[in-house]
Ligand binder design. Sequence first.
Ligand code: NI
Length: 193
Amino acid sequence: MAMSVRDIVVVGVPSLRERACEVAERDLGSAALVALADDLLDTMRAARGAGIAAPQIGVPRRVCAIEVKDNPRYPYKPNIPLTLLVNPVLTPLGDETFDNFEGCLSVPGLRGVVARHVGVRVEAFTPEGERIEREVWGVSAGTYQHECDHLDGVLFLDRVRDTRTLSTWEAFHEHHEAAFAERVRLLVERFGS
Ligand code: NI
C-alpha cells in the first residue's frame, strides 16, 4: 500500500479554526473515507504524533486518529491501540479534571498545561461504519479530548488557563517533564490508562 503523508496545517491558518462537517451516514465504509483514514494514519506516524484530526491535513471532516505505541515523543504516555473515530461525540464522566501537558503537531515547538476530564464516554463510528461506544479514562482521555477539539476548530492553546505554563519542548524536558511524568504515573496507577 502506498504511503500518503500529507502536509500538516499549522496554527494561524484559518481552516484549522473552522468547525469540521459530519461525515454523512451513506459515506461510512466508502473508499474515500477509508483513504482519508489511511492518510491520517500515515501522516500521524510519520510526524510521531499521538493523534491527528482531519482538519490538520486540510480536510474539514469529523474524523481523527489516535495511537500511542511506545512513542519516543511522549515516553511517559501509556499506549493506546490505533483508534480511528468518525463523527465522535464525547461526554464527560463526572466533574474531575487533571492537568495535562499538551503539545500539537499544528503548534510546532510549544507545549502547555490544559485541564482535561479524567473520564469521557466516546460514541463514534469506525471508517468502515461500525459503531464505537466506550469509556476512556486517565491520560488517554486527555488525548481523545485534544483530538476531538480539533474537529471544532479548538486548539489546546485556547484552553491553556495559565500562559506561564507555555514551554518549548527543550524547556519542557529540562524543567517540567519529571513532575509531569510523575502525575501521569499516578493517573496510570489509578485508571490503567
Ligand atoms: Ni493537536
